[in-house]
Design a protein around this ligand. Structure first.
Ligand code: ATP
Length: 291
């Protein structure tokens, strides 16, 4: 018996830090968007009493430090369901440590697969609550689409979907850790806030050009990724309506209204960064494809 779930990557159309909280977390204001770049997670009951994990990308841990493994442990603890043994197979397509929430997507998919596999039928709220203990992006990865995510990321409000477009993702080789990125923001003298109201108004008006013009991320003011200037210049040269870094980077995305321009741009970007994808916005985070 197995369940297969596709888990979508996310980008941040907008990311602002509102304040640093006393517990060390940060209160955020983010517009999140799922894109059709998927990891595929298959969870199977094995009867061995153990959690066993495999991943197509050997650079990622296959032990209890993998977020999907932790998601399974947390599922059994939180629900009281007894673990009679499962295997988790991750077909990894989302680049990791990229600002695309790949780990959170895998954790979200594992929770959803286990909910189906064990027939626990958890409410969305409960899944989100369990997911939040694994990572701030997990509740969004469970739901997906276009969402305003506030507080540490768990306060999700659907906003009008981003009009259909092409989204080119370009991931430079080197990034910095999310913890380092927050530290740089905490110690920066002043950060310019992106136009949050303008972004919501553009989405309400279904105005792709308006939304694309306003994409913004405060992390860009403190994180220096060498290839970012070249990537953005190339995206603009190919007609991107707007471009920006996602999360704490280093992936940069560009929004395009023309498929050919996006594809040509993606081809050219491959000559300067290792991972490039031409994607589209999607309305779901996790999709059960087999059960
Ligand atoms: P975010 O956008 O949420 O900050 P990210 O894209 O920057 O996420 P992830 O891809 O989630 O980062 O990976 C962060 C780290 O988590 C990696 O360096 C990796 O070692 C670890 N990790 C553990 N499990 C996974 C997993 N299943 N997929 C990806 N990374 C994982």
């Amino acid at each position: 018996m197995h369940v297969t779930v596709k888990a979508a990557a996310k980008i941040n159309l907008m990311l602002d830090i509102i304040e640093r909280l006393e517990n060390g977390y940060h209160s955020l204001w983010m517009v999140m968007q799922s894109v059709n770049l998927y990891d595929t997670i298959t969870v199977e009951r094995t009867g061995t009493g153990e959690i066993c994990l495999s991943c197509t990308d050997a650079r990622l841990p296959a032990d209890e430090t993998n977020l999907a493994f932790q998601a399974a442990q947390t599922f059994f603890e939180a629900t009281g369901v007894s673990n009679d043994g499962i295997s988790i197979a991750i077909d990894k397509k989302i680049p990791f440590a990229a600002g695309l929430a790949g780990g959170s997507a895998d954790a979200a998919a594992t929770l959803l697969a286990l909910d189906r596999l064990y027939g626990t039928n958890l409410k969305q709220r409960t899944l989100n609550k369990i997911g939040l203990t694994l990572g701030a992006d997990v509740p969004f990865c469970l739901q997906g689409g276009t969402m305003l995510a506030q507080h540490i990321g768990e306060l999700l409000t659907p906003v009008p979907e981003l009009p259909d477009c092409w989204i080119v993702l370009a991931k430079p080789a080197q990034g910095i850790s999310t913890a380092q990125a927050y530290h740089l923001c905490d110690t920066a003298p002043h950060l310019r806030a992106p136009d949050k109201r303008g972004m919501l108004n553009a989405l309400l008006a279904e105005d792709l050009k308006g939304a694309a013009r306003l994409v913004g991320n405060v992390f860009e003011q403190v994180i220096d990724v060498p290839e970012r200037v070249a990537v953005k210049a190339l995206m603009r040269e190919y007609g991107a309506l707007g471009c920006c870094m996602s999360g704490s980077g280093p992936t940069v995305f560009g929004l395009f209204d023309a498929q050919q321009a996006a594809k040509d741009c993606a081809e050219k970007l491959k000559t300067i960064v290792p991972d490039v994808f031409a994607c589209r916005p999607v309305e779901e985070g996790c999709i059960v494809t087999e059960e």
